[in-house]
Design a binder for this molecule. Structure first.
Ligand SMILES: C[S@@+](CC[C@H](N)C(=O)[O-])C[C@H]1O[C@@H](n2cnc3c(N)ncnc32)[C@H](O)[C@@H]1O
Length: 348
């Protein structure tokens, strides 16, 4: 059995995404669900660094369910459960994560979970000795699959817990007062998930750039940015020495030079099929970009159908990519974000 977290309201989307991979959702609540699948498929989803889930925020193996009549009793139950589960685990010098999460939209639960966490940690210190000193409390499950403690509270006196888990990378990002838009947070989150970002001297084309959050994020890293949009650039993106603003149609824009650019960024309120078929695929086919971050607006469409389309070998995005990650970012609303790197070799 696996436990997954997701954005509230996207439990059904996650259940359908998992069903397409052979996992059956067996139980769900606001912001989480349980699934079962073939053992090898479950292991792959938790352990395989190349695995990809769009609508999950974390996935944990073999979760246990603890419930108690009081917070004190629950703290004690989690200490006993964890001490038994962790007895045979070998901890490396990098330590182990302790992640305490609250189900969304339950008033006061987040604050209570932090109090619970501190009480739990204080009680574990004398029981664990040296190993306890290697604990790292984290706000989200780390992206690298690992062993530690994950406690996901569904109520004040109920939680799911597991010792083997991974995060899918989404997290709340810190805003920059000079950033011209909230969209800035999305591109910062995307760079973090990719583990890559535009560097000094790299070239970036930003389609649908205004007011300039994505362009600003790339230019602040020293990249040379071409920002394509009829609208004005604002705040830190306006008159930035590394941003050239072109007031043209993004669908018609072509990068200069035969080698194209290093990064394609695209965040337009447009039909996702047009963005895929008229921008992303041609840019990859012609070798006009090496890496990309493209946001797709789902709007009233079906987000799972869009994910399936992006992954469908017949439409060719996956075949064109050496790496492809689809995520509903923390800062995405009715959107998903595709991040990837073009497969090198002859264009299609
Ligand atoms: C969501 S905003 C982009 C926000 C931007 N990523 C940021 O961080 O500030 C979408 C932008 O796409 C632009 N856009 C939509 N269709 C376009 C097109 N065909 N050509 C150029 N820009 C377009 C709009 O003018 C709008 O400024």
């Amino acid at each position: 059995m696996l436990l997954h977290g997701c954005k509230p309201g996207f439990e059904e989307a996650l259940a359908r995404e998992l069903a397409g991979m052979g996992h059956l959702a067996t139980k769900r609540g606001r912001g989480w669900l349980l699934s079962t699948g073939a053992p090898a498929a479950e292991t792959a989803l938790v352990e395989d660094i190349g695995a990809d889930l769009c609508f999950a925020t974390f996935t944990a193996a073999a979760p246990a369910w603890l419930e108690a009549s009081s917070v004190n009793a629950l703290t004690g139950a989690l200490r006993d459960w964890f001490a038994a589960a962790f007895r045979t685990v070998r901890v490396g010098d990098a330590g182990w994560p302790a992640v305490f999460l609250a189900a969304p939209e339950i008033e006061g639960l987040g604050g209570r979970v932090r109090v619970f966490r501190d009480a739990w940690l204080a009680g574990m210190a004398p029981r664990m000795g040296r190993v306890f000193r290697l604990v790292r409390t984290e706000d989200v499950a780390p992206m690298t699959p690992g062993t530690g403690l994950l406690a996901y509270f569904t109520e004040f006196n109920q939680l799911h817990t597991a010792t083997r888990f991974r995060g899918w990378g989404q997290r709340r990002m810190r805003d920059d007062p000079q950033a011209p838009s909230r969209s800035y947070l999305k591109i910062e989150e995307a760079f973090l998930i990719m583990g890559r970002e535009p560097g000094q001297g790299e070239t970036v084309t930003d389609l649908g750039a205004a007011p300039g959050g994505w362009s600003y994020a790339a230019a602040q890293r020293g990249a040379q940015v071409t920002a394509v949009d009829n609208g004005p650039l604002k705040a830190g993106a306006a008159n930035h020495p590394l941003i050239e603003h072109l007031k043209t149609d993004a669908f018609k824009h072509r990068p200069e030079g035969e080698h194209g650019c290093d990064w394609l960024l695209c965040d337009m309120i447009e039909d996702p099929r047009r963005v895929l078929g008229e921008i992303l695929l041609p840019w990859l086919d012609h070798g006009w970009c090496r890496r990309f971050v493209v946001n797709f607006k789902v709007g009233h469409g079906d987000p799972v159908a869009l994910v399936e389309r992006l992954r469908d070998p017949r439409h060719g995005l996956a075949a064109r990519c050496a790496t492809l990650r689809l995520r509903q970012l923390h800062h995405d609303r009715e959107e998903i974000t595709a991040m990837g790197e073009r497969r090198l070799g002859p264009p299609f």
